[in-house]
Write a protein that binds this ligand. Sequence first.
Ligand code: 1CP
Length: 350
Amino acid sequence: MSPSATTPRLIRACRKETLDRPPVWLMRQAGRYMPEYRAIREKVGFLELCKSPDLAAEVSLQPYHAFGMDGVIMFSDILIPPEAMGMEVVFGDGGPSFPNPIQCAADVDRLIIPDPVEKTGFVMDVLRKLRSELASSPDTALIGFAGSPWTLATYMIEGGGSRHFAKIKGMMYEAPDVLHRLLGKLAKTVTLYLNAQIEAGAQVVQLFDTWGGILSEEEYRRFILPYHQQIISNLSHDQAPVILYVNNSRGLLPLMAEAGPDVISVDPLTSISNARDIVGSRFALQGNLDSTALFCPPEVLKPMVQSLLREGGNQGYIFNLGHGILPPTPVENVRLLVNLVKESALAHTP
Ligand code: 1CP
């Protein structure tokens, strides 16, 4: 058997091998749009779910069992490491919140850089369980992830989700040294955390910078890029390729390329072909169907998926959404999407 025959399709796409069809998975593919997930959440709180390896592994596998994606992303949340650093985090119905947000240098100094195995061993347990569950499906990749320092800092400073990001921007303008100190601690934490995930069995890792797109290019170069570079250059790429996702990345794609990931995950605002022209052929690309396309009737959704399949091609391309799947998404459309990508192999067969 050739080495690539035992390497999951998703990893082969990250490495830019030519395939009979692209792999498909969906950001936030485990979650509230699935009745199986809601049934578990009726009985268990969100954090408890993240910290119960058997349940978290079960939830991670729900979309895989239902639709057969080529990747299984571990069920967890980007806000687990800030909790391990010493912050209280609460997941309520309105989303996550931090009752005691970071306000000054002393707050940053109090944070620890946690040993990922000691403080977040439950995450590594989820990954180990998933790897053993997937042992009989060697073509399916196990995906680990973390939030980027900037995105984590927005929650830790704003105290939760935000519309205007006035507090973190205030710190960026008035006390940039304090913000840099926080971002530096987060970068060390995330590097250790992702390497521990790779050690525990993650075959590819994605760095989520959901709020990277609220900065100008110049600000991004100062407050985001160095930390992306620091994290990405310290990960074991040979063992696990790295996907970098920035939402609202229009204008930021060249800076994403400078961070040196293996894969650039493109949001819905830039076409895959334009992104390819901008970043060049060195990177595999992932994306970028608009999540709201999944609300359309099948006769509208189908040509959108097919057109993206043609644009992405079968080398260095991973089919995904441009951002996370939305909770009211109809399950049948997710099934249709995954099937269309899988059937595209037939179209490529000579
Ligand atoms: O009520 C519930 O059941 C909780 C909803 C929920 C879920 C299902 C939250 C709270 N987090 C998650 C899981 C999750 N979060 C995953 C694993 C699931 C999968 O991918 O299949 C991942 C990768 C995340 C990552 C995450 N959490 C991001 C980055 C990705 C993105 O979509 O941009 C962000 C920004 C968060 C914060 C967060 N956690 C939860 C919510 C509702 C939010 C967003 C808050 C906001 O809008 O600011």
